[in-house]
Design a protein around this ligand. Structure first.
Ligand SMILES: Cc1cc2nc3c(=O)[nH]c(=O)nc-3n(C[C@H](O)[C@H](O)[C@H](O)COP(=O)(O)OP(=O)(O)OC[C@H]3O[C@@H](n4cnc5c(N)ncnc54)[C@H](O)[C@@H]3O)c2cc1C
Length: 461
């Protein structure tokens, strides 16, 4: 079978594109090397829904982050993706940073965001009382929000599959042949996949795939960001995102609440040459401890639950690299560095218009699936264990399997039987939070694995 469009990369960007294109009369395939959607950079980021106040004005990134903020906030409200509008305070710690604030405020306005307000040191401490000493002033960013990083990819992929798209996991593309007759063959680890149009949303692997198509236009540098996650007891200390003044090296180290009720400190920014180096490091921990003890010393009186790292796809180009090659029927979505979660739906919208401009016939389907209602894994709304109505209908929602995160057998069962199901413990964790709590699976891990085994034994082969 020949697909009309195949998207390589089922991260938050590729799944958003698949969702958008599945709403047309097109035969769409979404393909990834991993065994689940959202397993690359998309599973390990800082989970901020950015307003784009600090983007470089006039760039595609600035436009798509701004548009993506609105699109994803609306989609989250319709699907139940956990999102909290906490707002942010950007803090100046030096005279130089303080002097930069007016320019930052002007930049926000140039980016179409007019709600920033200058804050005195007293106002900064009124907003974040547990901040360390020495803050000189700040800027409020009232619409900056926190979001669940995992649910968007799963929701987008679910909607794409509901609309008839084919999800091909564990299909790593190793080589590509573009045929003059109008098709392209992707040679994957599970055999060839033939397509008319190819969209490269391969994140850290986008440069390799681009070269396989004969281009030589960019190199992806994996920029590691390590983060510490503090126990839920730390949560009352941090009700807003606390941002540093951004520098040439990026957005810098922030302190932020999470939608799961924790507090997060990070990320670092370290250029590596290994695209698989998602391990944390002693150096990263020391750096974060030094920064964090100045930012908010009381935070370090609380326990660290876990640490993790993600790799940004940095490229030597000051903007997203989204480009169409109509002769090859090929569209590159590259260099989606540190804002891709926010801009995902706007990138998809942009891709739709680029494909239309390139002459692809795109007829909207007469009937499309409603956006899926996703299980709530955030603290913004009642979780299943708190809902007597749900437990009365289905006692499995009253049976706690993971005590730290209050995850029930009903949620784990649903994760294993969903349209885009979890296939292992990592997949269950992303969909339910099971094993993510302070015991890190020490207590509940075996019970979660037993649920998976029981399901697999009962599942048709
Ligand atoms: C530390 C950190 C903090 C961040 N903070 C934020 C934030 O607060 N807010 C925000 O909006 N963004 C943030 N980001 C950025 C955001 O996470 C990324 O922009 C986004 O996840 C990129 O998604 P993607 O789909 O392009 O890439 P990915 O999620 O990496 O997806 C690419 C997929 O392509 C697949 N693939 C690659 N090569 C092949 C191949 N040859 N064959 C088959 N499959 C292949 C991979 O398996 C992968 O699943 C952050 C990133 C990091 C690392």
């Amino acid at each position: 079978m020949t697909y009309d469009i195949t998207i390589v990369g089922a991260g938050v960007v590729g799944t958003a594109i698949a969702r958008a294109l599945s709403r047309y009369d097109l035969n769409v395939a979404l393909l990834d090397a991993a065994n689940d959607v959202g397993q690359g950079t998309s599973k390990a980021n800082t989970a901020i829904l950015h307003t784009g106040f600090d983007a470089k004005p006039g760039t595609l990134e600035s436009r798509l982050v701004r548009r993506g903020y609105q699109l994803l906030a609306d989609y989250a409200a319709r699907t139940g993706i956990p999102l909290e509008r906490t707002g942010a305070v950007l803090v100046a710690w030096t005279e130089e940073e303080l002097a930069n604030l007016p320019a930052l405020q002007d930049k926000a306005v140039a980016n179409g965001y007019e709600n920033c307000q200058r804050l005195t040191a007293e106002e900064v401490y009124a907003a974040v009382p547990d901040l360390g000493p020495g803050a000189l002033g700040g800027l409020s960013v009232p619409d900056e929000s926190i979001i669940c990083p995992w649910t968007p990819s799963i929701a987008y992929a679910t909607e794409a599959v509901d609309n008839g798209a084919t999800l091909l996991l564990e299909h790593e593309v190793r080589a590509v042949d573009v045929h003059p007759g109008g098709t392209t063959t992707l040679h994957t680890t599970q055999g060839p996949v033939t397509t008319r149009w190819l969209i490269n949303a391969a994140g850290l692997g986008a440069d390799v795939l681009d070269r396989a198509l004969g281009h030589d236009r960019f190199t992806v540098t994996p920029r590691r960001g390590e983060l510490l996650v503090f126990d839920k007891l730390a949560r009352p200390l941090v009700n807003k995102i606390v941002l540093p003044v951004p520098s040439k090296l990026g957005k810098g180290v922030l302190v932020s609440p999470t939608v799961y009720g924790n507090v997060m400190l990070g990320p670092t920014a370290e250029d590596l040459d290994d695209k698989t180096a998602t391990g944390t490091s002693e150096g990263g921990f020391e750096f974060l401890r030094t920064k964090g003890e100045k930012l908010m010393p009381v935070l370090f009186e609380e326990e660290v639950t876990t640490a993790y790292a993600g790799l940004r796809a940095a490229i030597d180009h000051g903007d997203y690299l989204i480009d169409t090659d109509p002769d090859q029927r090929y569209l590159l979505v590259g260099g989606i560095r540190s804002t891709g979660l926010t801009s995902s739906m706007a990138i998809a919208e942009h891709v739709e218009s680029l494909l239309q401009d390139a002459g692809l016939t795109m007829t909207a389907k007469v009937e499309v699936a409603d956006p899926p209602l996703m299980p709530n894994i955030g603290e913004h709304a009642p979780r299943p264990y708190e809902r007597g109505d749900l437990i009365a209908q289905d006692p499995a929602f009253g049976e706690i399997v993971c005590f730290c995160e209050r995850v029930t057998a009903g949620e784990i069962r649903d994760a294993l039987t969903a349209t885009v199901p979890a296939v292992d413990r990592a997949g269950v964790s992303k969909r339910t939070r099971a094993t993510n709590g302070r015991c890190q699976g020490f207590y509940c891990g075996a019970n979660v694995d037993a649920c998976i085994t029981k399901h697999l034994q009962g599942a048709p082969r």
